[in-house]
Design a binder for this molecule. Structure first.
Ligand code: SF4
Ligand code: SF4
Length: 216
């Protein structure tokens, strides 16, 4: 995404035209464990292993020496998210639609153009306007969006995301390696509800030293 930070104060103007530009090219879609959980439900997978084995996601080196899952974009005939589909609208124009919309969509995509900056020390959130793509057609719209409504709608997922960021910070402090991140945060089975899975991760990371064992 094009990083153009502007704090959002109450409302902001934006309307997605579904051009699909933010789902193509040089975009990195960072996922959190709840995004993986939703994706597994979409594919009807028993565990998140299927997402890695089917090459849908991969782990990427991220800030503070952490490893985070991202969507593997397809390379041909151009670079694009595998969940992007083109459909004709009522006027016959091609529109970019997301196969995961709305229930399985990654949080980062469903919040766009709202980005989130969390200060973990103070537990404060700041929401910022992040242009989804350099040529995003939704910028300049006169449609008004209310941040508090978005936060209310996404409250559960935002809470999960904050707990995930706290876990990332702990893993970073313990200098865990890529495989450790995979085992502790991104490999889980779907036989529990997500809050319980997250609680298990928190216990595991709290109790482990520098050599985590298999989580499943
Ligand atoms: S680039 Fe902007 S207008 Fe186009 S799909 Fe993304 S958010 Fe919507
Ligand atoms: S998951 Fe959906 S919204 Fe996000 S990049 Fe892929 S197609 Fe676009």
């Amino acid at each position: 995404m094009d990083i153009d930070f502007k704090p959002i104060q109450g409302t902001f103007n934006f309307c997605c035209t579904r051009c699909g530009n933010c789902c193509t090219g040089d975009m990195t879609i960072y996922l959190n464990p709840y995004d993986l959980y939703k994706m597994c439900r979409y594919f009807n997978f028993d565990t998140t292993d299927g997402l890695f084995l089917r090459n849908i996601i991969r782990l990427e080196s991220a800030e503070n020496n952490t490893w985070q899952p991202v969507i593997n974009f397809r390379k041909k005939p151009f670079v694009f998210c595998p969940f992007l589909i083109n459909e004709q609208d009522e006027q016959g124009k091609l529109k970019g639609l997301c196969k995961l919309h709305p229930d399985y969509k990654p949080l980062i995509c469903s919040l766009a153009p709202v980005g989130r900056a969390i200060c973990l020390d103070t537990d404060n959130d700041e929401f910022i306007f992040v242009k989804p793509a350099p040529d995003c057609a939704g910028i300049g719209s006169d449609i008004t969006n209310d941040l508090s409504e978005i936060v209310k709608q996404k409250y559960k997922e935002l809470s999960f995301q904050k707990r995930f960021f706290k876990l990332l910070e702990k893993c970073s402090e313990k200098s865990y390696k890529k495989d450790d991140y995979n085992r502790l945060l991104y490999t889980f089975s779907m036989n529990k509800n997500f809050p319980d899975i997250l609680t298990d991760m928190e216990k595991m990371i709290k109790n482990r030293g520098n050599s985590p064992e298999k989580y499943l």
